[in-house]
Design a protein around this ligand. Structure first.
Ligand code: SF4
Length: 182
């Protein structure tokens, strides 16, 4: 199980993780600014009317005035706008996920890097790793990352859905590259 992820994530065997949402308030969406691929931007644009119904009034105002993207580039991708310090689509949880839940597929609208959090990498072609306080100079002062060193739950259990998602992504890339997994 998760054979590709075990190979790809450099600290998977040592990492621990437990998501504390909603106790944490969903703080990973505060000033998170995920970078979006072009296809992700199109998916959001094509479904905006559904998301608007669940957005915070302040975020809706920002959306109407400036859109949901900024000029800031992260890892070659345009980044999501922020409103009142929170991601424009944050409203006691992710609006994109709430709409996906209603439609029976929780992550159908959610950006790749939001789905994978706290699994991350520093850029295309670099190692995957699990963000942890005290690892790779982690600076984000986040409840779950702060708690990580004291959690008992191995990340491979706490992140099983996310690892499954990464596994599928790695398998698709492998196929594209014409490689065979041993
Ligand atoms: S898109 Fe959703 S999960 Fe990603 S930062 Fe915004 S609110 Fe959070």
């Amino acid at each position: 199980m998760f054979e590709r992820s075990k190979e790809a994530i450099v600290n998977l065997n040592q990492a621990k993780f437990k998501c504390h949402f909603p106790k944490c308030g969903g703080n990973c969406c505060k000033n998170g600014r995920p970078g979006l691929a072009k296809e992700e931007i199109s998916i959001i644009e094509n479904n905006l009317e559904k998301f608007k119904l669940l957005m915070r009034p302040e975020a809706l105002k920002t959306l109407n005035q400036k859109g949901f993207l900024t000029k800031r580039i992260k890892g070659g991708r345009q980044t999501m706008a922020v409103s009142g310090s929170w991601c424009i689509f944050a409203n006691e949880g992710c609006v994109l996920q709430k709409v996906g839940n209603e439609e029976g597929e929780k992550w159908k609208y959610k950006p790749f890097f939001c789905v994978l959090f706290p699994i991350s990498r520093d850029g295309e072609g670099t190692d995957w790793y699990i963000r942890q306080k005290g690892y790779k100079g982690e600076e984000w002062d986040l409840y779950c990352l702060e708690r990580t060193p004291t959690e008992k739950q191995p990340a491979i259990n706490g992140l099983s859905d996310e690892l499954d998602y990464l596994e599928k992504y790695l398998a698709i890339n492998e196929k594209k590259a014409g490689k065979k997994h041993k």
